[in-house]
Design a protein around this ligand. Structure first.
Ligand code: NFE
Ligand code: MG
Length: 571
C-alpha cells in the first residue's frame, strides 16, 4: 500500500474540537499530529478579578468535567492566602467531585467510547432471550429480561426508520467489530439505561452545591449549610436522598459498567498492546490533594512513574513542570524554545497559519492551540491509568487486588495498563474503587454531623484586607481525565496571573522543541504498529483517541472575544 494521509476532523463523541492527522504506510500509522482547533480564553478573562470569584469563571472552562476547575481554583486561592477549610467542607468536596467522576466515567464509556467496540446494527439481529441469559451469567443486575432487550431493539429499529438519530454515522458492519449480536444488544441496552442513571445520581450536586452542571463552591469551604432541624439546610431528608444516590451509583458501576468493560475487553485482547503511549505518567493523589502539597482526602500519595519503570514511584515535584509553545499558536518574549513553569506562564494567542480550512498540518511548525506541558522534559500521560499504575507502584492493596483479578481475566500484565484497552479498563476499575470511597466519605460526614461538627465554611480569611499584598498559590486535583492544576498570582488583592494546566493539555499536546510527540500522537504513531484495516473508516484511531477521553475545551481554555486579531474560526 502506498503512503496515505488521513484526516479526521472533527473527532466526534468528545468534548471540544480535535483534529487528528495521520500519515500511513502499508496500512500502519507512521506519523500523527493532534490539533486542538478550538479557541477559548479563561486564563485571560481571570486577570484583574477578585480571586474569590475565580472559581465561578474557571469552571466555565468545561461543563463535562463539571466542578473540577472550581475545586482546583478555590484550592489555588486558598493556598495563596493560607486558608484551611473545615473537614466537613473537604468531605463534601470529595463527595461532589467523586460523584462527578463516576458520572463522567460511565458516560464516557457508554456514550462516547463503547460504540467503537459495540456494533449497534448487529444488536438488532440478537436473540433477546439469549441476551437475557448472557446478561444473567455476567451480573446480578436485575433489568435483564428478554422483554426489555426486545424493547431496546424496537426502540432502535424505530429510530432507524427516522435516520438512526444518535446512532447515525457509525461504522456499523466494520470488520473490526468483534462482539456477538447478543453482547452488542446488552451493551446497547446499558447505553440507554446509563442515560437515565446519570441524571438521577448527579442530583447530589444540587443538594450539596445548588446545581449541576457548574456546582457552587466557595473560597474557604462550601456554600451549603448543614442543620438537621432546618428545612432550608442540608437535613436528614437530604442526607437520606444522597445515601440513595450513592447506593444507586455504586450498583450501576459494580453490576453494569465494570462487568461490561471486562466482557467487551475479552473480545479485544490485542488492544492491550495497541495505543501504547508516553511511558512517563503522573498522578497527584487518588482524589484529593491539599493546597500544601500533602495528600488530603486521597489515600494514594502524589507520584511520578518515569520512562516505563512502573514499579518505582518518584516524588512529584511541581517545579519540574514546564509548558512549551513551540508547536502551539502562542507567542512569548522568552522565545518558543523556552518552557515556562505555570507560575511564570503566559497565554498570548498568536495564530501563524495555515489559513483554515486546514489542508495539511504536517510540516507546520505550529499546528495546535494546545500548549505542550512537560515534566522534566518528558511528555506525560495523565488519567485513570496513571492513577492506577501509581497506586500499584505504591503498594495500595485494594487497587492491587482488583487490578490483579481484572488483569488475570484479560490475561495481561501491569504494562498493559499503558494501552488503548488499559486506559479504558482503568477508568472502570477506578470507578469501583471510587464508588466504595463514596460510601466511606459519606459515613465520615455523617459521623461528624452527629458529633456536632457541621461547619462548612472558614470565614477567617474571607476579607481581602486579611491577605498579604502579593501571594502565589497552586491547586491540584485529580479530575476524571487526570491531573489538573490551577496556578494563581495575586497582586494587591486582584488576580495578576492565572494559569490552568489541564489533563487534556498534557495528553493532547503537540511536539515540544525537542520534537517529542504528545501522548495522543505517541499512542497512534509511536511504534508505527497501530493497525488500520480500512483507512476510509479508521475505527482503530477512534478507539485509541477515545480511550484517553479527550476534552479539548479543557485543554485550550482560551478565548478572544469577537476573534479580534485571530483569523482562525472553529470548524
Ligand atoms: Ni472538560 Fe477536564 C479537566 C480535562 S477532566 S473534561 O480538568 O481534560 O475530567
Ligand atoms: Mg493553560
Amino acid at each position: 500500500m502506498a503512503k496515505e494521509r488521513i484526516v479526521i476532523d472533527p473527532i466526534t463523541r468528545i468534548e471540544g474540537h480535535l483534529r487528528i492527522e495521520l500519515e500511513t504506510d502499508g496500512g500502519r500509522i507512521g506519523n500523527a499530529w493532534a490539533c486542538a482547533t478550538q479557541f477559548r480564553g479563561i486564563e485571560r478573562v481571570l486577570q484583574g478579578r477578585d480571586p474569590r470569584d475565580a472559581w465561578a469563571f474557571a469552571q466555565r472552562i468545561c461543563g463535562v468535567c463539571t466542578g473540577v476547575h472550581a475545586i482546583a481554583s478555590v484550592r489555588a486561592v486558598e493556598d495563596a492566602i493560607k486558608c484551611k477549610i473545615p473537614p466537613c467542607a473537604e468531605l463534601i468536596r470529595s463527595l461532589v467531585s467523586g460523584m462527578a467522576t463516576l458520572q463522567d466515567h460511565v458516560m464516557h464509556f457508554y456514550h462516547l467510547h463503547a460504540l467503537d467496540w459495540v456494533d449497534v446494527m448487529s444488536a438488532l439481529k440478537a436473540d433477546p432471550a439469549a441476551t437475557s441469559r448472557l446478561a444473567a451469567s455476567l451480573s446480578p443486575w436485575p433489568n435483564n429480561s428478554a422483554t426489555w432487550y426486545r424493547e431496546v431493539q424496537k426502540r432502535v429499529t424505530d429510530s432507524a426508520a427516522g435516520g438512526l438519530g444518535i446512532f447515525a454515522g457509525g461504522y456499523w458492519g466494520h470488520p473490526a467489530y468483534r462482539l456477538p449480536p447478543e453482547a452488542n444488544l446488552m451493551a446497547l441496552a446499558h447505553y440507554l439505561e446509563a442515560l437515565s442513571w446519570q441524571r438521577e445520581i448527579i442530583r447530589l450536586h444540587t443538594i450539596f452545591a445548588g446545581k449541576n452542571p457548574h456546582p457552587n463552591y466557595l473560597v474557604g469551604g462550601m456554600a451549603c449549610a448543614i442543620n438537621l432541624d432546618n428545612q432550608m439546610a442540608i437535613n436528614q431528608v437530604r442526607l437520606d436522598e444522597i445515601a440513595g444516590m450513592i447506593d444507586q451509583a455504586r450498583r450501576f458501576v459494580l453490576e453494569v459498567y465494570y462487568p461490561d468493560v471486562l466482557a467487551i475487553a475479552s473480545f479485544y485482547p490485542d488492544y492491550a498492546a495497541i495505543g501504547v503511549s508516553s511511558p512517563t505518567l503522573i498522578a497527584t493523589g487518588e482524589s484529593a490533594y491539599s493546597c500544601s502539597g500533602a495528600p488530603a482526602g486521597g489515600v494514594i500519595p502524589a507520584g511520578v512513574l518515569l520512562d516505563g519503570n512502573y514499579g518505582t514511584a518518584h516524588p512529584f515535584e511541581h517545579k519540574r513542570i514546564a509548558e512549551f509553545v513551540s508547536s502551539a499558536w502562542y507567542s512569548q518574549p522568552e522565545g518558543d524554545r523556552q518552557g515556562l513553569h505555570p507560575w511564570q506562564g503566559r497565554t498570548e494567542p498568536h495564530y501563524t497559519g495555515p489559513k483554515p480550512p486546514f489542508k495539511e498540518l504536517a510540516g507546520q511548525p505550529k499546528y495546535t492551540w494546545c500548549k505542550a506541558p512537560r515534566y522534566d522534559g518528558r511528555a506525560v500521560q495523565v488519567g485513570p491509568n496513571a492513577r492506577i499504575l501509581l497506586a500499584l507502584a505504591q503498594g495500595h492493596a485494594e487497587t492491587a487486588q482488583l487490578a490483579g483479578e481484572g488483569l488475570g481475566k484479560l490475561k495481561a500484565g501491569v504494562e498493559a495498563l499503558n494501552s488503548t484497552l488499559g486506559r479504558t479498563y482503568c477508568r472502570a476499575l477506578e470507578s469501583v474503587l471510587l464508588a466504595r470511597r463514596m460510601d466511606q466519605w459519606f459515613t465520615q460526614l455523617n459521623e461528624r454531623i452527629r458529633s456536632g461538627d457541621v461547619a462548612t465554611f472558614n470565614p477567617e480569611l474571607w476579607e481581602p484586607e486579611s491577605w498579604p499584598n502579593q501571594a502565589q498559590g497552586m491547586g491540584f486535583m485529580e479530575a476524571a481525565r487526570g491531573t489538573l492544576s490551577h496556578w494563581v498570582e495575586i497582586d494587591n488583592r486582584r488576580i495578576s496571573r492565572y494559569q490552568a494546566v489541564v489533563p487534556s493539555t498534557w495528553n493532547s499536546s503537540g511536539r515540544d522543541p525537542g520534537g517529542q510527540m504528545g501522548p495522543f500522537e505517541q499512542a497512534l504513531a509511536g511504534d508505527g504498529k497501530h493497525p488500520l484495516a480500512d483507512p476510509k473508516r479508521p475505527i482503530e484511531v477512534l478507539r485509541t483517541i477515545h480511550s484517553f477521553d479527550p476534552c479539548e475545551s479543557c485543554a485550550v481554555h482560551l478565548l478572544v472575544p469577537g476573534g479580534g486579531g485571530v483569523e482562525v474560526k472553529v470548524q
